[in-house]
Write a protein that binds this ligand. Sequence first.
Ligand SMILES: [Zn+2]
Ligand SMILES: [Zn+2]
Length: 217
Amino acid sequence: MIDLHTHTLFSDGCLLPSELVYRAKVKGYTAVGIADHVDFSTIDFVIPRIAKIAKQLTSYYQILVVPCAEITYVPPKQIAEAVATARTLGAKVVIVHGETPAEIVPGGTNLSGILAGADIIAHPGEISESDVKLAIQKNVLLEITSKNGHCKGDPHVAKLCKKLGAKMIFNTDTHSPENLIDEKGVKKILKYSKLTWNDFLQMQENAMLLLEGIKHQ
Ligand SMILES: [Zn+2]
Ligand SMILES: [Zn+2]
């Protein structure tokens, strides 16, 4: 399992990076991304620390740990600057906290994230057809999530991505240990989203290709 969207104590997750990563390894994960919520008040504090520990844990626990970031509730007009700043500070994968049906995320967040060239729009909820088309052009992955609440948007996201040919990625948005997923959990979400096991394999492949791109940075 490659899962590029998890949280630690550096935002609202309940585990230290070390415990999260070790638990993921025991669960059979091959790669985990730590994508703590950041805005301009925390971005320069969080990302360098995650980048540092990711390197250590990758080497000692033999699981690929990817320093990521989830740009969260940043005003849409500042999202491009936030994405660029996150990369400069060491985030290898930059996620934008999209317009989930579970919250009141500012309108225009999905679009601004796509235009900013984020790698992933997390839980994009009722994303529009034009935004999905733009995501295809900009090579931005749209997330299918197993997270409670956020996953209510999965059927819509899956349907539009399949219809228009956009690339999806499967993530857990783990905040606590029980959010880390196994095959049974994946199948439950696939069924709910009307996706197949082959779609899941394609999503894992999309995650792998994203990581391949990072290697060459
Ligand atoms: Zn989020
Ligand atoms: Zn998240």
